[in-house]
Design a protein around this ligand. Structure first.
Ligand code: ZN
Length: 263
Protein backbone atom coordinates (compact mmCIF):
# COMPACT_ATOMS: atom_id res chain seq x y z
CA UNK A 1 0.00 0.00 0.00
CA UNK A 2 1.24 3.48 -0.74
CA UNK A 3 1.77 5.90 2.11
CA UNK A 4 -1.16 7.95 0.83
CA UNK A 5 -3.41 4.89 0.95
CA UNK A 6 -2.26 4.16 4.50
CA UNK A 7 -2.84 7.75 5.56
CA UNK A 8 -6.29 7.65 4.00
CA UNK A 9 -7.24 4.48 5.78
CA UNK A 10 -5.91 5.68 9.14
CA UNK A 11 -7.78 8.95 8.80
CA UNK A 12 -11.04 7.24 7.91
CA UNK A 13 -10.65 4.82 10.82
CA UNK A 14 -10.03 7.65 13.27
CA UNK A 15 -12.98 9.66 11.97
CA UNK A 16 -15.27 6.65 12.29
CA UNK A 17 -14.15 6.01 15.84
CA UNK A 18 -14.89 9.63 16.68
CA UNK A 19 -18.41 9.28 15.25
CA UNK A 20 -19.02 6.01 17.04
CA UNK A 21 -17.95 7.45 20.38
CA UNK A 22 -19.70 10.79 20.04
CA UNK A 23 -22.97 9.65 21.60
CA UNK A 24 -20.93 8.14 24.42
CA UNK A 25 -19.23 11.47 25.02
CA UNK A 26 -22.54 13.35 25.06
CA UNK A 27 -23.78 10.94 27.71
CA UNK A 28 -20.57 11.41 29.67
CA UNK A 29 -21.13 15.17 29.79
CA UNK A 30 -24.43 14.58 31.55
CA UNK A 31 -23.04 11.96 33.92
CA UNK A 32 -20.80 12.48 36.93
CA UNK A 33 -17.26 11.16 36.35
CA UNK A 34 -17.28 7.42 37.00
CA UNK A 35 -15.10 5.22 39.12
CA UNK A 36 -13.21 2.34 37.62
CA UNK A 37 -16.12 0.00 38.26
CA UNK A 38 -18.43 -0.73 36.57
CA UNK A 39 -16.92 0.04 33.16
CA UNK A 40 -18.65 2.95 31.52
CA UNK A 41 -20.12 1.02 28.60
CA UNK A 42 -21.56 -1.55 30.93
CA UNK A 43 -23.03 1.12 33.18
CA UNK A 44 -24.96 2.37 30.17
CA UNK A 45 -26.10 -1.12 29.25
CA UNK A 46 -27.34 -1.68 32.77
CA UNK A 47 -29.04 1.68 32.86
CA UNK A 48 -30.71 1.12 29.49
CA UNK A 49 -32.16 -2.15 30.74
CA UNK A 50 -33.41 -0.28 33.76
CA UNK A 51 -36.41 1.16 31.97
CA UNK A 52 -34.60 4.40 31.37
CA UNK A 53 -34.59 5.00 27.63
CA UNK A 54 -31.21 5.88 26.25
CA UNK A 55 -31.80 8.89 24.04
CA UNK A 56 -28.84 10.48 22.35
CA UNK A 57 -29.42 13.65 20.41
CA UNK A 58 -26.12 14.12 18.66
CA UNK A 59 -27.00 16.49 15.86
CA UNK A 60 -26.64 19.95 17.26
CA UNK A 61 -23.04 20.95 17.82
CA UNK A 62 -21.99 21.39 21.44
CA UNK A 63 -20.71 24.84 20.68
CA UNK A 64 -24.24 26.00 19.86
CA UNK A 65 -25.92 24.33 22.81
CA UNK A 66 -26.70 25.42 26.29
CA UNK A 67 -24.95 23.50 29.01
CA UNK A 68 -26.83 24.58 32.08
CA UNK A 69 -25.22 22.07 34.40
CA UNK A 70 -22.68 19.73 32.85
CA UNK A 71 -21.79 17.04 35.35
CA UNK A 72 -18.47 16.18 33.78
CA UNK A 73 -16.45 19.24 32.78
CA UNK A 74 -13.60 17.15 31.38
CA UNK A 75 -16.00 15.48 28.97
CA UNK A 76 -17.46 18.83 27.94
CA UNK A 77 -13.99 20.30 27.37
CA UNK A 78 -13.05 17.29 25.26
CA UNK A 79 -16.24 17.53 23.24
CA UNK A 80 -15.71 21.21 22.50
CA UNK A 81 -12.05 20.62 21.63
CA UNK A 82 -12.87 17.72 19.29
CA UNK A 83 -15.54 19.77 17.54
CA UNK A 84 -13.13 22.67 17.11
CA UNK A 85 -10.41 20.39 15.73
CA UNK A 86 -12.68 18.81 13.12
CA UNK A 87 -14.60 21.94 12.16
CA UNK A 88 -11.35 23.88 11.72
CA UNK A 89 -9.98 21.01 9.66
CA UNK A 90 -13.08 21.09 7.45
CA UNK A 91 -12.53 24.84 6.97
CA UNK A 92 -8.92 24.21 5.95
CA UNK A 93 -9.83 21.45 3.49
CA UNK A 94 -12.73 23.43 2.04
CA UNK A 95 -10.52 26.47 1.49
CA UNK A 96 -8.10 24.31 -0.47
CA UNK A 97 -10.23 21.92 -2.53
CA UNK A 98 -13.78 23.28 -2.70
CA UNK A 99 -14.55 24.97 -6.00
CA UNK A 100 -16.56 28.13 -6.17
CA UNK A 101 -20.21 27.45 -6.89
CA UNK A 102 -23.20 27.80 -4.69
CA UNK A 103 -26.33 25.84 -4.04
CA UNK A 104 -24.58 22.48 -3.89
CA UNK A 105 -25.54 20.71 -0.66
CA UNK A 106 -22.16 18.99 -0.64
CA UNK A 107 -20.40 22.30 -0.02
CA UNK A 108 -18.90 23.10 3.35
CA UNK A 109 -20.24 26.51 4.40
CA UNK A 110 -17.83 28.67 6.36
CA UNK A 111 -18.82 30.54 9.47
CA UNK A 112 -20.19 34.04 8.95
CA UNK A 113 -19.48 35.80 12.23
CA UNK A 114 -21.46 38.87 11.20
CA UNK A 115 -24.65 37.03 10.20
CA UNK A 116 -27.74 37.88 12.16
CA UNK A 117 -29.14 34.40 12.74
CA UNK A 118 -27.12 31.84 14.63
CA UNK A 119 -27.46 29.04 12.10
CA UNK A 120 -26.07 31.07 9.25
CA UNK A 121 -23.34 32.46 11.47
CA UNK A 122 -22.22 28.92 12.25
CA UNK A 123 -22.25 27.76 8.61
CA UNK A 124 -22.01 24.00 8.17
CA UNK A 125 -20.98 23.69 11.82
CA UNK A 126 -24.64 23.96 12.64
CA UNK A 127 -25.10 20.40 11.33
CA UNK A 128 -22.90 19.07 14.07
CA UNK A 129 -19.85 16.90 14.46
CA UNK A 130 -21.23 13.85 12.67
CA UNK A 131 -21.85 15.83 9.50
CA UNK A 132 -18.44 17.51 9.67
CA UNK A 133 -16.69 14.20 10.16
CA UNK A 134 -18.47 12.58 7.21
CA UNK A 135 -17.69 15.61 5.09
CA UNK A 136 -13.98 15.38 5.93
CA UNK A 137 -14.04 11.67 5.15
CA UNK A 138 -15.42 12.47 1.69
CA UNK A 139 -12.52 14.82 1.01
CA UNK A 140 -9.96 12.35 2.33
CA UNK A 141 -11.39 9.72 -0.03
CA UNK A 142 -11.43 12.22 -2.93
CA UNK A 143 -15.17 11.75 -3.43
CA UNK A 144 -16.96 13.98 -5.93
CA UNK A 145 -13.77 14.96 -7.74
CA UNK A 146 -14.67 13.57 -11.18
CA UNK A 147 -16.49 15.68 -13.80
CA UNK A 148 -20.24 15.25 -13.51
CA UNK A 149 -22.98 15.37 -16.13
CA UNK A 150 -25.99 17.60 -15.98
CA UNK A 151 -29.38 16.20 -16.98
CA UNK A 152 -28.91 17.52 -20.52
CA UNK A 153 -25.61 15.69 -20.79
CA UNK A 154 -23.35 18.72 -20.43
CA UNK A 155 -20.30 17.87 -18.32
CA UNK A 156 -19.75 20.15 -15.35
CA UNK A 157 -16.78 20.63 -13.12
CA UNK A 158 -16.85 18.52 -9.94
CA UNK A 159 -17.46 20.35 -6.65
CA UNK A 160 -14.10 19.33 -5.19
CA UNK A 161 -10.49 18.87 -6.21
CA UNK A 162 -8.52 15.86 -4.95
CA UNK A 163 -6.84 16.49 -1.61
CA UNK A 164 -3.14 17.35 -1.94
CA UNK A 165 -0.77 15.11 0.07
CA UNK A 166 0.13 17.67 2.72
CA UNK A 167 -3.55 18.16 3.57
CA UNK A 168 -4.16 14.42 3.65
CA UNK A 169 -1.45 14.16 6.29
CA UNK A 170 -2.82 17.16 8.13
CA UNK A 171 -6.25 15.47 8.15
CA UNK A 172 -4.75 12.27 9.48
CA UNK A 173 -2.88 14.04 12.26
CA UNK A 174 -5.94 16.01 13.34
CA UNK A 175 -8.33 13.05 13.20
CA UNK A 176 -5.99 10.96 15.31
CA UNK A 177 -5.54 13.71 17.88
CA UNK A 178 -9.34 13.97 18.14
CA UNK A 179 -9.72 10.21 18.41
CA UNK A 180 -7.03 9.92 21.07
CA UNK A 181 -8.57 12.65 23.17
CA UNK A 182 -12.02 11.02 23.03
CA UNK A 183 -10.64 7.59 23.92
CA UNK A 184 -8.70 8.97 26.89
CA UNK A 185 -11.63 10.98 28.21
CA UNK A 186 -13.93 7.98 27.97
CA UNK A 187 -11.34 5.69 29.56
CA UNK A 188 -11.26 3.57 26.43
CA UNK A 189 -7.60 3.91 25.62
CA UNK A 190 -5.54 0.83 26.38
CA UNK A 191 -5.55 0.36 30.15
CA UNK A 192 -5.28 -2.40 32.68
CA UNK A 193 -6.79 -1.11 35.88
CA UNK A 194 -7.17 -2.94 39.19
CA UNK A 195 -10.81 -2.81 40.30
CA UNK A 196 -10.78 -1.17 43.74
CA UNK A 197 -12.65 -2.68 46.71
CA UNK A 198 -14.14 -5.52 44.70
CA UNK A 199 -12.23 -8.80 45.00
CA UNK A 200 -13.14 -11.80 42.88
CA UNK A 201 -16.37 -13.24 44.37
CA UNK A 202 -15.03 -16.80 43.91
CA UNK A 203 -11.43 -16.59 45.18
CA UNK A 204 -10.98 -13.05 46.58
CA UNK A 205 -8.22 -12.45 44.02
CA UNK A 206 -7.62 -9.04 42.49
CA UNK A 207 -9.79 -8.23 39.48
CA UNK A 208 -8.26 -6.27 36.60
CA UNK A 209 -10.37 -4.32 34.12
CA UNK A 210 -8.94 -4.30 30.59
CA UNK A 211 -10.02 -1.69 28.10
CA UNK A 212 -8.73 -0.72 24.69
CA UNK A 213 -9.88 1.28 21.69
CA UNK A 214 -10.66 -1.74 19.54
CA UNK A 215 -12.01 -4.14 22.11
CA UNK A 216 -14.91 -4.49 24.46
CA UNK A 217 -13.96 -4.26 28.12
CA UNK A 218 -13.05 -7.48 29.86
CA UNK A 219 -12.08 -8.43 33.40
CA UNK A 220 -9.55 -10.99 34.55
CA UNK A 221 -8.93 -12.52 37.97
CA UNK A 222 -5.26 -12.37 38.97
CA UNK A 223 -5.32 -15.73 40.77
CA UNK A 224 -5.01 -17.82 37.64
CA UNK A 225 -6.59 -21.18 36.95
CA UNK A 226 -6.96 -22.00 40.67
CA UNK A 227 -9.78 -19.48 40.75
CA UNK A 228 -13.04 -21.45 40.84
CA UNK A 229 -15.09 -18.90 38.90
CA UNK A 230 -17.22 -20.45 36.15
CA UNK A 231 -15.37 -18.48 33.48
CA UNK A 232 -13.05 -19.50 30.68
CA UNK A 233 -9.27 -19.04 30.83
CA UNK A 234 -7.47 -16.50 28.72
CA UNK A 235 -4.21 -17.20 26.89
CA UNK A 236 -2.29 -16.38 30.09
CA UNK A 237 -4.28 -18.86 32.18
CA UNK A 238 -6.43 -16.28 33.96
CA UNK A 239 -10.19 -16.50 34.43
CA UNK A 240 -11.63 -13.94 32.07
CA UNK A 241 -15.04 -12.35 31.79
CA UNK A 242 -15.50 -11.02 28.31
CA UNK A 243 -18.10 -8.48 27.31
CA UNK A 244 -20.96 -10.98 27.15
CA UNK A 245 -20.07 -12.48 30.53
CA UNK A 246 -19.63 -9.26 32.47
CA UNK A 247 -23.22 -9.14 33.62
CA UNK A 248 -22.62 -12.48 35.36
CA UNK A 249 -19.65 -11.00 37.17
CA UNK A 250 -21.56 -7.84 38.08
CA UNK A 251 -24.36 -9.92 39.53
CA UNK A 252 -21.89 -11.95 41.58
CA UNK A 253 -20.17 -8.79 42.79
CA UNK A 254 -23.52 -7.29 43.67
CA UNK A 255 -24.27 -10.31 45.85
CA UNK A 256 -20.84 -10.00 47.45
CA UNK A 257 -21.26 -6.25 47.93
CA UNK A 258 -23.73 -6.76 50.75
CA UNK A 259 -20.90 -8.36 52.77
CA UNK A 260 -17.99 -6.15 51.78
CA UNK A 261 -18.15 -2.61 53.13
CA UNK A 262 -16.79 -0.02 50.71
CA UNK A 263 -13.42 1.27 51.87
ZN1 ZN B 1 -10.96 -15.39 41.10
Amino acid sequence: MTSAAIARRETVDALRTVRELWGELLLAIETPPTDVWPPRQLAHTLRASDDEPLVVEDRAPLVLREHPAPLNMTALDTGLAVERLLFDLADTLAAAVQRAGTGDARRWEFQQPGAADARRAAGSRTHGLHFGSVWIEGRVLDEDTAPEQQLNGTPTAPPFDPLPPHLLHEARRTARVAEGRLLRTLGLDERHTPVPDRPCPWCAGELILHTGPDESPSVTCSTGEDCTAPASLDERGRRVWKWGDLVTLITALGAADTHVPAA
